[in-house]
Design a protein around this ligand. Structure first.
Ligand code: GRG
Length: 292
């Protein structure tokens, strides 16, 4: 590793909290928006962006604002996902959900605020050229919007109480969860100005990672400890959701995860002569549930 990723992950919180703090017209919005950032979370998407930049030996400073913006969008999606109209959850990141603390209206607005303000960070990023900032805004809006996370979330809601095939479920995950996991890698290859071949291998890697992430989430919903995951377990079964575990059993889900890990590894191996994939392999190893 050429960069100290942990050190940069701490800076993500500083950047977001400082952007949301200060003298804004509503103290409540500042407080509610900052609450969910301060609640923690793994910062997986920023970590992924930094690991991908590290592969190209690009200074991580160049990805700080974009990684912060993606984390803000991710946090907004969790606040809205927990609302009574959506998943109606009362625990997230080990703390009461945003609407339990601030009420529904403020939680909706805090989510809207995190989404909207995220783009401020990117357009004002002086470490990047105007053209790169514009391209990053396009990539991230695309990942979060109607052909990305929002589209996937709507498909998910429409599938509730319906019989859906496993292929339909994978499509939902690909958009709802996967697009915001691909976004940091897409952003990093854009900042690094990667050649088309390297970029396409890394993007395919990130798509497999999105699926691995979802299988992991489904497994942890069954085997996880609330003290570790920070959210109530067993919620998929209670809501009668089709998951990798309900479709294939626990062992079957782990096998599927292993298959996707191998495919993701193959994409990294295809580019190992041109970039240093050490950190990206670490990402994979961290997220693959092997024998627990
Ligand atoms: C409501 C606009 C809107 C979108 C919802 C992604 C999503 C879309 C909702 C989250 C639902 C969910 C639990 C999906 C499973 C995978 C996932 C995204 C888990 C949470 O991400 P982590 O594990 O969370 O990175 P932390 O708290 O660590 O940041």
């Amino acid at each position: 590793m050429k960069n100290n990723i942990e050190e940069y992950l701490k800076k993500i919180d500083e950047i977001i909290l400082s952007h949301l703090g200060g003298n804004h017209i509503s103290g409540t919005i500042a407080e509610a928006s900052r609450y969910s950032i301060k609640s923690g979370g793994k910062r997986f998407r920023p970590y992924l962006l930094f690991a991908a930049l590290d592969a190209f030996s690009i200074p991580l400073d160049k990805g700080l604002k974009t990684a912060s913006a993606i984390e803000m969008i991710h946090t907004y999606s969790l606040i809205h996902d927990d609302l009574p109209a959506m998943d109606d959850d009362d625990l997230r990141r080990g703390n009461p959900t945003n609407h339990k603390v601030f009420g529904e209206a403020a939680a909706i607005l805090a989510g809207d605020n995190l989404l909207t303000e995220s783009f401020h960070l990117i357009v004002n990023d002086e470490k990047l050229s105007g053209g790169t900032r514009l391209e990053l805004v396009r990539i991230i809006a695309d990942s979060a919007g109607q052909n990305g996370m929002i589209g996937g979330q709507m498909l998910d809601i429409e599938a509730e109480n319906e019989e859906i095939t496993f292929e339909e479920l994978e499509t939902i995950h690909k958009y709802k969860t996967g697009r915001l996991i691909s976004a940091p890698v897409h952003a990093a290859v854009t900042i690094a100005e990667a050649d088309a071949e390297t970029a396409s291998h890394l993007l395919r890697f990130s798509e497999y990672l999105g699926i691995i992430f979802q299988i992991r989430d489904d497994i942890l919903d069954v085997t996880g400890d609330v003290k570790v995951t920070g959210k109530n377990t067993g919620s998929d079964a209670r809501k009668d959701k089709v998951t990798y575990v309900s479709a294939f059993g626990l062992e079957g889900a782990k096998e599927r995860m292993e298959q996707k890990v191998s495919l993701a590894e193959a994409e990294l191996d295809a580019v190992k002569r041109t970039i240093d994939i050490t950190e990206l392999k670490n990402v994979l190893n961290k997220f693959a549930i092997r024998d627990n």
